[in-house]
Design a protein around this ligand. Sequence first.
Ligand code: SF4
Length: 283
Amino acid sequence: MEIKLASKIGFCYGVQRAYEKAVELSKSGEKVYLYGDLVHNNEVKKDLLNRGILSFESLDVLPEDSGEAICIIRAHGVPKKDKEYLEKNFKKIVDLTCPIVENVFKYAYEMQKKGYFIVAYGKKEHAEMIGLKGNIDEEKVIILREPTYVKSDKICIITQTTMDYNNFKNFSSEMVKLCDYNEILIKDTICYETKIRENEAKDIAIWAEFVIIIGGKHSSNTRKLYEISKKYNENTVHIDSVNELKEMQITKQYNRVGILTGTSTPNKSLEEVIEYLRRGFDG
Ligand code: SF4
């Protein structure tokens, strides 16, 4: 069996950076809390908890010992007011927001200062979009998945860093036709890491007889890879770990298997899948 791995595989730059810093903190001897998920991957969360990092999910119930602890801020960023609240209540904050995401927040903020109304192509409920809204003027931004009428003298369209490039282009051109404005500006803010993986998904899906996409079920970029691959190859599965692949009880022999991962998939998950394939989908 031939196995083809995508060239960009495992953690992306922002996730690697956040993970390494979190691991370093876990060895510091300090009490460390994680607010929510560092990234959208259960294996990463389990790994950090095993290293002694604690977690809490809501600002309504802070840990009792927060005043003596360090708090890590996730790679997707958090609203400014949440960060300020954490700063007041914890001994120290370590902000691990990906610099690429931070740049998008800064860009949107600067454009608002220049009088633009921000239209962000993204998922309202995604942590990055919640972070975006909370770091700029909430009254002058709208997060949309579908083209929707907006009226403003100046409109600036940006996108969540993990959205599909072609869908963003279609969305933007529909917005240009639909909206009322004097000036409209389109800025592609999709992260290069996700774009490369997206292009490879198509090529690998065409080449392979069976495609495995490894990554968290809540990971936006992993789901996008799955959708692209599925379009070109019906035999595509999305798993978050080798156990899920085992449960599928695949008996068919494949000569060409392609593997892609989301940007928050640890190498360990990838290695376990490869080992299982090498044994011929056995054990
Ligand atoms: S996908 Fe890009 S923007 Fe998102 S964490 Fe990775 S490097 Fe940062």
